[in-house]
Design a binder for this molecule. Structure first.
Ligand SMILES: [Zn+2]
Length: 274
């Protein structure tokens, strides 16, 4: 008799566990959100994110609540001698959570670890050359976003990105935009869109501006976007996200259709903070 009942009991327990998990997680997150936000952390945000003061109060509060959840759920690891401090964690978390404001979010669900290097790091990548011979290419990177579980950041580049908030360059925004893109599988420049937003419209607008950037990169014609964005659609989305948050006025003026798509996606309008 017990041999029949045991699998049923295990099944019921498993179903109960799966059904209850999201509620339990939300309960834990609400607890984190309600925790008092340390004064020193607020100072770090103000120093590393100068436009924080211009943001509406409800967004400031949301950002602080997101930071509490982010810090509770993600692990920071210092590499090559970096000691993880509050300054590192809050600077990274604040900019990563900027991308989550006003949106339904599961806090970068695939991500669990942020590796922080002191400065740009070298990555070796194996590839085939034109003759089909395998070669190792060395690349110097300020950051990298992995599909499963990790974001790698150079602290020096993170600081430089935060220090000049209006130059359209921000490695944290860039890598976390990749994380959002990777939520739908491999990064391809098409993150998961809300019901109200059309994939067709997104694709048309992004393709048009991506191809324009590719032509500009080929001919050396200046662009608001870094030529790196012309590498592939995923890079274009990440580069456009940096400019959206850091040079919103110019972006809106030069590329109103693309700006509108990102405004719908990110659910904020950074023009009001600049
Ligand atoms: Zn990238």
């Amino acid at each position: 008799m017990l041999s029949y009942l045991l699998p049923i009991l295990i099944g019921v327990l498993l179903i109960g566990y799966s059904a209850g998990k999201p509620y339990w997680r939300e309960y834990q997150r609400n607890k984190m959100r309600r925790k008092p936000f340390k004064k020193e952390w607020r100072k770090i945000i103000q120093q590393r994110m100068p436009y924080f003061k211009q943001m509406p109060t409800d967004l400031q509060l949301q950002l602080k609540q997101h930071i509490q959840v982010f810090l509770a759920e993600k692990t920071f690891i210092g590499c090559n001698g970096v000691k993880i401090t509050d300054e590192i964690q809050i600077t990274v978390a604040a900019q990563a959570c900027l991308l989550l404001l006003n949106r339904k979010t599961d806090y970068y669900p695939k991500l669990h670890t942020i590796l922080v290097y002191p400065r740009a790091f070298i990555k070796e990548q194996q590839s085939l050359n034109a003759d089909g011979v395998q070669q190792v290419r060395k690349m110097v990177l300020a950051g990298e976003s992995w599909g499963f579980g990790k974001v790698v950041l150079s602290w020096q580049d993170t600081l430089e990105g935060a220090k000049v908030p209006d130059d359209g360059r921000n490695v944290v925004i860039h890598e976390f935009a990749h994380q959002l893109d990777q939520e739908s599988g491999k990064a391809n420049g098409a993150p998961i869109l809300d019901k109200e937003q059309s994939y067709q419209c997104w694709s048309e607008v992004f393709s048009l501006q991506f191809e324009q950037l590719q032509r500009q990169a080929k001919t050396g014609k200046p662009s608001l976007f870094d030529y790196y964005g012309a590498t592939d659609p995923a890079e274009f989305f990440a580069v456009a996200s940096e400019v959206f948050f850091e040079q919103s006025r110019q972006f809106h003026y030069e590329y109103p259709m693309l700006y509108r798509q990102l405004k719908l996606y990110y659910q904020v309008d950074p023009i009001h903070w600049s």
